[in-house]
Design a protein around this ligand. Structure first.
Ligand SMILES: Cc1cc2nc3c(=O)[nH]c(=O)nc-3n(C[C@H](O)[C@H](O)[C@H](O)COP(=O)(O)O)c2cc1C
Length: 197
């Protein structure tokens, strides 16, 4: 059974456009293939609290050289990074916040990008360890057009995913939602339904 990892990042719940679209895509994925689905909420999981001097130091130490407090501090990151590395398919719901991703999603990315789990250093530089994965990235914006010079979400998500070895990325763009919410939401839902999975 394939493993689907859904990652939400909006502070909004019922009214969240990115979560609504991710629901549609998750339903489609689960109806067309057999998945075991895991869910992470990068806003409500309060991930920022997981980072401190011990955890950040431990990221760069082999396990047998970590102190007891470093091991404890890094354990949540180990769990998140291993879960990420073991997934086959990713579903990211990404609202644009001040031209980039929200703080919760950025923190999640910092926690799962780990030497020895998701990438390694080689003499030619860093190399992603994640292979044969597929990522779906839903991006919502209020008034910023995706693909323009001030869109720091699309390029960032591509760079981060490629860095870990994930190159098969499908973007579902739902931008300029403030101009005509219903029309843009319907068009994104249609785009999702037409995806060949
Ligand atoms: C703090 C904050 C910052 C935002 N920054 C931007 C932005 O830079 N560009 C933009 O087009 N929309 C921006 N928006 C609007 C959101 O991207 C838009 O409402 C989107 O639908 C949010 O996703 P959600 O509905 O899943 O919460 C911002 C919203 C908030 C609350």
């Amino acid at each position: 059974m394939k493993k689907l990892l859904r990652i939400d990042s909006s502070p909004r719940k019922e009214s969240s456009i990115s979560r609504q679209l991710a629901d549609v895509l998750q339903t489609k994925l689960e109806s067309e293939a057999t998945y075991s689905t895991t869910y992470r909420d990068t806003y409500y999981d309060q991930l920022i609290k997981l980072g401190n001097e011990d955890s950040v130091t431990a990221y760069f130490l082999p396990e047998d050289q970590q102190s007891v407090s470093q091991k404890e501090a890094v354990s949540a990151s180990n769990i998140l990074a291993t879960e990420f590395a073991n997934a086959d398919t990713y579903l990211f719901a990404v609202p644009m916040y001040n031209f980039s991703v929200s703080a919760g999603l950025k923190t999640y990315i910092d926690l799962i990008s780990r030497v020895g789990i998701s990438f390694k250093y080689t003499e030619n530089g860093p190399q992603g360890l994640l292979k044969d994965k597929k990522a779906y990235v839903i991006i919502t914006t209020g008034g910023t057009k995706l693909g323009t010079g001030v869109d720091y979400v699309t390029g960032y998500m591509t760079t981060f995913l490629n860095f870990l070895g994930i190159t098969n990325i499908e973007y579902i763009n739902s931008d300029l939602i403030m101009t005509d919410t219903e029309k843009i939401l319907d068009s994104a839902k249609t785009q999702i339904k037409k995806l060949s999975i």
